[in-house]
Design a protein around this ligand. Structure first.
Ligand SMILES: Nc1ncnc2c1ncn2[C@@H]1O[C@H](COP(=O)(O)OP(=O)(O)O)[C@@H](O)[C@H]1O
Ligand SMILES: [Mg+2]
Length: 251
């Protein structure tokens, strides 16, 4: 599904990504972990076209995608969420879902009023899909509530639902459980698992907690100072001395 070969990204003299190679197979959940500042978000930014690479190659479904703009990459079926992502607060949960189906990445924000008139024109098929996704995310009871009134965890579920309106083949999730309490964290991870099963979507997930990632991933990659220091099953990663050093041995 996604092949990253010898990727390089520099910020001035800092090597944020140093010869990173990654292989994400079809129809599975792959994790990306590493200490703060290890280059995880940068990797997603380069893969999704938000940053230019300094070297290496990226293939999605066998096609070269490095050098394409973010909207072109998203249209090919590779979508992402952001570490801090917010749904328009003055629209309801359902309106947010309907809008996501049409919204082009990179568009300027609209006024709520204009968005609402666009949402009304949306097709019935989108409505069916939106309700199906809201059901699965256990948000259907809140469909007429304003997105801004949802709890933090519910907002994260909603942002997951919004990405799914685009029917992506693969999703990059940047710390989907950041700032969420442990109960909701489990709920969020279970929602991701359910979505994966139902939609056969491939997930590539950045997560700070090794425990959280181990519970749902088929494979895990570990970055440290921009370099890939390990890859393997969650069990292998948890026993890897270099990984434990990177996580626990720091100052
Ligand atoms: N736009 C940027 N300009 C300059 N430095 C950046 C930029 N984005 C990230 N960095 C630096 O690159 C390194 C990796 O950052 P990041 O990918 O955000 O790490 P992580 O997501 O693993 O916490 C950090 O040292 C960070 O300061
Ligand atoms: Mg980050």
């Amino acid at each position: 599904m996604l092949t990253i070969k010898n990727l390089e990204k520099r910020f001035g003299s800092l090597k944020a990504l140093d010869d990173v190679s990654v292989e994400v197979e079809d129809d599975c959940i792959v994790g990306l972990i590493g200490p703060n500042g290890s280059g995880k978000t940068t990797l997603f930014n380069v893969v999704s076209g938000f940053y230019e690479k300094d070297g290496g190659e990226i293939y999605f479904k066998g096609e070269r995608i490095d050098g394409l703009t973010p909207d072109k990459i998203a249209k090919k079926g590779l979508c992402r969420t952001f570490q801090v992502s917010k749904a328009p607060e003055k629209l309801t949960v359902l309106e947010n879902m309907m809008l996501a189906a049409e919204q082009q990445i990179g568009e300027d924000p609209f006024s709520a009023l204009f968005m609402r008139s666009r949402v009304k024109k949306s097709e019935n098929a989108n409505l069916v899909r939106a309700m199906e996704l809201l059901d699965m995310l256990q948000l259907s009871q809140l469909k007429n509530d304003y997105a801004g009134d949802l709890s933090g965890g519910q907002q994260k579920l909603l942002s997951l639902g919004r990405v799914f309106m685009l029917k992506p083949d693969m999703i990059l999730l940047d710390e989907p459980t950041a700032g969420v309490n442990p109960t909701l964290r489990v709920q969020l991870m279970e929602a991701i698992k359910r979505l994966q099963k139902m939609e056969k979507t491939t997930f590539f997930i950045i997560e700070h907690s090794m425990k959280v990632i181990s519970s749902i991933c088929d494979k895990v990659y570990v970055l440290n100072f921009g370099q890939k220091i390990a890859e393997g099953t969650p069990e292998e990663i948890q026993q890897n001395g270099q990984v434990l050093d990177a996580y626990l041995g720091g100052p």
